[in-house]
Design a protein around this ligand. Structure first.
Ligand code: NAD
Ligand code: IPM
Ligand code: MN
Length: 357
């Protein structure tokens, strides 16, 4: 029987709360289908681990994780550990070490999810964001000169390599071609006179290889406005690391809320594990209350099943989320419900059973 090894890093705050529900769902799907087996190994990495050990993961943590088929991550970062340390030593370190250069974030309003805008139609909100996930504004390169002095200067360098820019844009064209949808590039060449001029140039070059894909290109400020005013313009979208980060939280607000927004960090070469996670953070304001919405992490579990080649099962999980939203009975407070995190997970598994049995 096919077996997949999953490394679980539940992480901080609501991370463990939502990940538990995703695992409940994954175990349920695997039990109901005798075709494959999922094997979970838990890693206690995160801010508590840091408090005890002075580091966010084991020194050989990356080597340990390398052997897995996928990583299932909750959230990283909590008051008490500076964010730039916790994130750079765990989440961003994994994305970079495993060259997970594609970050796939659906911005799709599922049936039953709350439509936030009055003059927009439900079916108009259906985008697939492909965010560059390995370099750009998140290169980590920079300098802090003359610290504390009057002439103090801080540099944060964006790094856009030919290889890194071309491969993400090509991946996006391939996706748009496969799905028969248009591709929009979002950049900012009017102000970022090196990086984004280069980005636009590469987009233009690669587009010549895909004459069948309809393209559009927007400046990021206008794109933010148009995502709200006229979301149907956007189908497949490719953008840089930072713009993709910001616009997918905006997208989350369009597509049912941050508690529903999922993301897959993909290494297309498959020579290292890919990682699946909700796009939200550790939500310290609601952590420990048992009211976090687990649907984003459940959706990312569905992305993991797709990635393993079990698209039919991934779809069943997504259908179950949709059915739960349509029932509008078992929802967490962020969706105006009164249910707990685990009640939502239980209801999703019940629906899956009713679909699969
Ligand atoms: P956040 O996403 O944690 O929270 C923003 C708001 O959304 C909060 O009001 C929170 O209660 C709400 N929210 C988020 N997820 C929710 C859910 N599943 N259900 C219901 N409500 C939810 O963002 P933040 O407050 O800016 O960041 C908190 C910490 O998380 C910081 O340390 C940050 O660096 C980190 N962070 C980590 C990740 C990650 O691990 N992928 C992503 C974003 C932020
Ligand atoms: C995300 C998060 C991360 C990012 C942070 C926590 C470093 O906001 O996954 O969207 O900016 O990529
Ligand atoms: Mn983010």
């Amino acid at each position: 029987m096919k077996q997949f090894k999953i490394a679980v890093i539940a992480g901080d705050g609501i991370g463990p709360e939502v990940i538990n529900e995703g695992i409940k769902v994954l175990k349920n799907v695997a039990e109901l289908d005798s075709g494959f087996q999922l094997d979970f190994t838990y890693f206690p990495y995160g801010c508590e681990f840091y408090a005890e050990n002075g580091r966010m993961m084991d020194d050989d943590g990356i080597d340990k994780l390398k052997a897995f088929d996928a990583i299932y991550l909750g959230a990283v970062g909590f008051p008490g550990v500076p964010d730039h340390i916790s994130l750079w030593e765990l989440l961003l370190k994994i994305r970079k070490s495993f060259d997970q250069y594609v970050n796939i974030r659906p911005v799709t309003l599922l049936k039953g999810a709350h439509l936030p805008l009055v003059d927009v139609k439900r079916e108009d909100i259906d985008m697939l964001f492909i965010r560059e996930n390995s370099e750009g504004e998140y290169s980590g390169a920079g300098d802090w000169l003359f610290k504390g002095q009057e002439n103090e200067v801080v540099l944060q360098n964006g790094v856009f390599s030919r290889k890194g820019t071309e491969r993400i844009i090509r991946y996006a064209f391939e996706t748009a071609k496969k799905e028969g949808r248009s591709l929009t590039s979002i950049s900012k060449a009017n102000a970022l006179n090196y990086s984004m001029v280069f980005w636009d140039q590469v987009f233009e070059e690669v587009s010549r290889e895909y004459p069948e894909v309809e393209t559009a290109s927007y400046l990021v400020d206008a794109a933010a406005m148009l995502m709200i005013k006229d979301p149907k313009r956007f189908e497949v979208v490719v953008t840089s690391n930072l713009f993709g980060d910001i616009l997918t939280d905006l997208g989350a607000a369009l597509a049912g809320g941050i508690g529903l927004a999922a993301g897959a960090n993909i290494n297309p070469q498959r020579d290292s594990p890919s990682m699946f996670e909700p796009i939200h953070g550790s939500a310290p304001d609601i952590a420990g209350k048992g009211i976090a919405n687990p649907l984003a992490s459940i959706w990312s579990a569905s992305q993991m099943l797709d990635f393993f080649g079990y698209e039919a099962h991934g779809k069943i999980v997504l259908d179950a989320i949709e059915q739960l939203l349509l029932e509008a009975r078992v929802l967490t407070p962020d969706m105006n419900g009164t249910a707990s995190t685990s009640e939502v997970g239980d209801r999703v598994t019940d629906i899956i059973e009713s679909i699969l049995l």
